[in-house]
Write a protein that binds this ligand. Structure first.
Ligand SMILES: [Zn+2]
Length: 304
């Protein structure tokens, strides 16, 4: 396995950010708790800093106030001259860049773990940019070994442009943890406990890495986005169907708008039209935010 991008140095400056989206409540409540009780974020070699990323959106229990904070950490926004009329999230992104960055510099934090919830039935999912691959692959594999009864999937993505824009892109390495299903503005106890335990495991992994532990080779599955498919609609744009119950919270493990599927599974009925007909298509990409199983084969037995 490859070394960490650019460095095998210990990760000593670590942040855990919650409330990047103000209505995703597990991270909101955990960040608030850790700001008062930081002890469980401490390990022998480092103490992770808790951050409530978007206080105004959190207070309003909204995803964001003016624009999506988790799409605002581009060098264009971060480097722009501040004006009183700037959107709230642009100001906040610049503040966080001063606190945890500056992005792309050697002063930036070593690692940001950004906490999210989704209404989709994704279970536990780590979201990583492809450029962060080696360290994050080992991290996900460690979580899978620690929690064999809890599938923890790794979703890799590349920003549609040339530049990263997410909260965790401010640090030298980073990852997002997504847990679902949970309605927006709602805190579900089992997901809260699950996220808390997974954060502890992630910090444990960083501690093992800092101690110089060697991690053996492994093979794992990763997911990537193959595309999106819209709902069936009338010519004037109104929806004529909803997600079929076979997919929604169903055997495929899919959520209302998001499903995990492998290429070997048969095509299914995705939409139930209001006229009563099923909408069927033999296209493995026919689902909104369809994710395809892919194999990432990791060679050798080097340290990550
Ligand atoms: Zn989110």
């Amino acid at each position: 396995m490859c070394s960490l991008p650019g460095s095998r140095k210990p990760l000593l400056r670590v942040a855990v950010t919650g409330g990047t989206h103000g209505n995703e409540m597990c991270g909101v409540y955990l960040a608030r708790y850790w700001l008062q009780n930081p002890g469980e974020l401490q390990r022998p070699s480092f103490s992770a800093m808790p951050v409530l990323a978007n206080p105004a959106a959190t207070a309003a229990c909204r995803r964001y106030i003016d624009r999506d904070l988790n799409r605002t950490f581009t060098l264009t926004f971060l480097g722009s001259t501040a004006t009183p009329d700037d959107p709230y999230e642009v100001k906040r992104a610049q503040e966080l860049n001063q606190l945890l960055g500056p992005k792309g510099t050697c002063q930036a934090f070593d690692f940001i773990l950004d906490l999210h919830n989704t209404t989709a039935n994704t279970g536990a999912c780590l979201i990583s940019e492809v450029s962060q691959n080696p360290f994050n692959l080992h991290l996900c594999h460690y979580l899978q070994l620690q929690n064999p009864g809890l599938p923890c999937r790794l979703f890799q993505f590349e920003p549609p442009g040339t530049e990263s824009y997410s909260m965790d892109s401010v640090s030298k390495n980073g990852i997002s943890l997504e847990l679902g299903p949970q309605p927006q503005g709602v805190l579900r106890a089992e997901l809260f406990s699950q996220m808390r335990a997974m954060v502890a495991s992630i910090l444990d992994f960083i501690e093992l890495f800092n101690q110089g532990m060697e991690f053996p080779a492994f093979e794992m599955e990763v997911y990537k986005n193959l595309g999106s498919v819209d709902f069936p609609r009338t010519t004037d744009g109104h929806l004529t169907g909803t997600v079929h119950s076979r997919l929604q919270m169903g055997k495929l493990g899919g959520g209302a708008l998001q499903g995990w599927r492998g290429p070997a599974q048969p095509a299914s009925v995705y939409f139930l039209e209001t006229a009563g007909d099923c909408h069927v298509k033999d296209d493995p990409c026919y689902a909104t935010l369809q994710l395809r199983l892919d194999h990432q084969i990791v060679h050798g037995s080097q340290r990550h």
